[in-house]
Write a protein that binds this ligand. Structure first.
Ligand code: EPU
Length: 423
């Protein structure tokens, strides 16, 4: 990543009411899974509706370090070709820049029968073990080896099996699914993650010739096939970008039309947005949100899908600082994802935390502009939202975190009337 990107800052003048229409892009996390899946195929795969964000560029570097061709082949379209895989271990430094890089492990194991991967990077939001991934590989007959420096898995032959996941890990489910698609016989993942990004990975693998059923439930069945072939696939809408823009509009007392969304993937979020008093209308892939009267306090738990998404927990907490009454937020997916709260307090929010997973927010409190530093992609987005609602000027530094997951967030917010510049 270029040094100057690390030095960029968003400068916001808060208090502007947002209004207008914005196009939501393809899902970051679904794209990372789909890119890894291309490693299973000796031929061309085309991904459409790919967001142009730093995590996608980093994942492209991870795949290139394995010999896979990755290039932009049109507007938001990637072509990937893994006909020649030249290594079973991706570049250590690049893998360390994002969590999704670890998905190459399941794909390489499925394709080559062996894989190695250095420890992946990712946001610092709590313990992020890999035990579910490795247990999934072992259930399919692989031998795994773990050291400080490297994860390894090797199987002379992958065999279908029933695998019970101790936790419905999103990447753990995806990795096990990719290792199982060409295994001999039938595999079942019990206590699987049901997130739309898991469903989307199953859909692209099926387009490539796999036989996967019931992704999106907590038991996924994978009938092993001989081989996969190239495919063309459209990435699903980014439910987290859509949620972020919905909050941006209503926290400023405004309204927005969000185009290119999948409301079905957003039920946990939309239920809470409505409970807060926001008017939400959906029609096909268009969603309209409008701040009715006063926002109302509520109780919220971040949970695995279809529960309220952990990735929108920080943005929603910012909204709750502007809601009437006492809200409670309980983060139940990650054990340390409230790091942004001390900065919100600095801006004037009234928030008490219990340990590292629960917060009590009393609102509404006026927020005042402040100098903030993005901690990770979602907390960075939450700070932008706080800046939009605040009086005066807010600066958010280290915005490379935000650029990892949101395409041109500043331009899109400006199109809704926000006063935000990249400095
Ligand atoms: N966990 C285990 N064992 C494992 C893996 C996870 O106990 O082997 C636990 C973790 O400690 C954590 C919980 O399971 O408490 C959830 O972790 P999960 O594995 O489901 O998360 P992930 O797959 O590493 C993906 C997304 C995250 C998103 C989570 C939860 C990608 C690249 N990342 O991470 O996205 O928060 O699922 O939905 O898909 C983001 O986009 O900002 C982001 C962090």
């Amino acid at each position: 990543m270029a040094l100057n990107l690390r030095e960029q800052t968003f400068v916001l003048e808060g208090g502007k009411r947002l209004s207008g229409s914005v196009q939501v892009g393809g899902s970051k996390n679904a794209t990372l899974g789909a890119m890894a899946a291309a490693l299973l195929v000796p031929g061309d795969c085309f991904l459409e509706n790919v967001p142009v964000i730093d995590d996608v560029e980093q994942m492209a570097l991870v795949l290139r370090s394995l010999g896979c061709d990755v290039e932009w082949a049109g507007d938001h379209t990637l072509r990937l070709n893994a006909t020649e895989i030249t290594s079973s271990c991706p570049d250590r430094e690049i893998v360390g820049t994002l969590r999704g890089s670890f998905l190459v492990m399941g794909a390489l194991l499925g394709r080559l029968g062996e894989a190695a991967c250095p420890p992946p990077g990712g946001d610092i939001i709590g313990g992020r073990p890999i035990d579910v991934h490795l247990a999934g590989f072992r259930a399919l007959g692989a031998v795994t080896e773990v050291s400080q420096e490297m994860f390894r898995a090797k199987a002379p032959e992958l065999r279908g099996a029933t695998f019970f996941a101790d936790y419905p890990s999103v990447l753990g489910t995806q990795n096990t699914m990719m290792a199982a698609v060409c295994a001999k016989g039938t595999s079942t993942i019990v206590n699987a993650a049901a997130e739309p990004e898991v469903q989307s990975l199953a859909a692209i693998l099926n387009e490539m010739g796999a036989d996967i059923t019931s992704a999106g439930t907590n038991t996924i069945t994978i009938n092993g096939v001989e081989r996969l072939h190239g495919a063309r696939f459209r990435i699903i809408p980014d439910r987290l970008e859509a949620g972020t823009f919905a909050i941006a509009a209503v926290i400023t007392g405004g309204e927005a039309e969000l185009r290119g969304v999948e409301p079905d993937h957003m039920q946990g979020f939309l239920a809470k947005l409505r409970q807060a008093g926001v008017d939400v209308q959906t029609s096909g892939d268009v969603m309209r949100v409008s701040a009715g009267g006063e926002l109302q306090a509520l109780t919220l738990q971040a949970l695995p899908y279809p529960g309220f998404p952990t990735d929108l927990q920080a943005p929603m907490a910012v909204l709750l600082t502007q809601a009437q009454g006492v809200s409670t937020v309980h983060e139940r997916v990650f054990d340390n994802r409230l790091g942004y709260i001390s900065d919100l307090r600095k801006m004037g929010a009234e928030i008490v935390t219990t340990g590292t997973t629960a917060a009590i927010i009393t609102g509404p409190t006026p927020l005042s502009g402040s100098a903030l530093k993005a901690l990770d992609v979602r907390a960075g987005a939450a700070f932008i939202l706080a800046g939009l609602a605040a009086n005066g000027r807010t600066t958010v530094s280290d915005i490379y975190h935000v650029d990892r997951g949101y395409e041109r967030i500043d331009e899109k917010l400006r199109s809704l009337g926000a006063d935000i510049e990249r400095a």
